[in-house]
Design a protein around this ligand. Structure first.
Ligand SMILES: [Fe+2]
Length: 245
């Protein structure tokens, strides 16, 4: 069994299309979206329609929560200057799109035929705003994963790909499809983007699982052209990205 994990698409449909073309070549049984699907980028509707067609398993990210309740953006740790982008995005979605986002799950456990379980979430199983990095202390992971029996924990949210051992278990971050960060986010530092899309594939291999962290290039100038024509509040930030190709 081969499962593709895509996360943090953030309305970047050009990047999503590049990733799905790669997924098609990989012989995947199921796609799992780990959240933060629509806000920040110029094509939220196209992203949602594609996820509906894919019949992906969908996890709810902090941005998805905030799209459903923009008045509670701060609670979901959405920086204040991004709130206009949230409203811009929500105005482009129908009631049935919002209903679809409401159906996203907090966590989802997948059992591979060899008995190993993978637990999917956005930030941590407890909270979509928890950030897990390679430097997060093991004691913090203990508190996030208390009571869980999965052998693999996989999330997104940090926009930084990661493959980390945790005792006999693994913690994986599939990275970001639409907004791959150069450095982990820290308050006050505006993120810089890498000019590619990231995702992960987990494959059963006998008694164990193989993890493949993948990087796919996409047409950044096509994305910037769509952004220029979109009227997106965050247009200026986007246009400052991908400078060094
Ligand atoms: Fe995100």
């Amino acid at each position: 069994m081969r499962i593709a994990f895509i996360s943090d698409i953030h309305g970047n449909f050009i990047a999503l299309q590049a990733v799905l073309a790669d997924i098609k070549r990989q012989g995947i049984d199921q796609v799992v979206s780990l959240g933060d699907t629509v806000s920040l980028g110029p094509q939220p509707k196209e992203v949602l329609d594609t996820l509906k067609e894919l019949k992906s398993i969908n996890i709810k990210g902090n941005h998805d929560e905030a799209i459903l309740a923009p008045e509670r953006a701060a609670q979901y740790e959405i920086t204040e200057h991004l709130v206009p982008d949230l409203h811009w995005c929500r105005e482009r979605l129908t009631e049935s799109d919002l209903e679809f986002i409401r159906s996203f799950e907090r966590t989802h456990e997948i059992s591979f035929p060899n008995g190993i379980k993978a637990l999917a979430f956005h930030g941590s199983p407890l909270k979509p705003t928890h950030i897990i990095l390679s430097t997060t202390p093991a004691e913090t992971l203990d508190s996030y994963f208390v009571g869980q029996t999965a052998g693999v924990f996989i999330g997104g949210h940090s926009h930084i790909q990661m493959h980390r051992r945790y005792g006999k278990k693994l913690v994986v971050n599939s990275g970001s499809v639409g907004n791959a960060f150069v450095h982990p986010y820290s308050p006050g530092n505006t993120p810089k983007l890498l000019p590619w899309a990231e995702y992960a594939i987990i494959t059963q291999s006998g008694e164990s699982l193989d993890v493949d962290l993948r990087r796919v290039s996409f047409d950044t100038s096509a994305l910037l052209d769509i952004i220029k024509a979109s009227g997106l509040p965050g247009t200026e930030w986007w246009l400052g990205q991908y400078q060094n190709g």
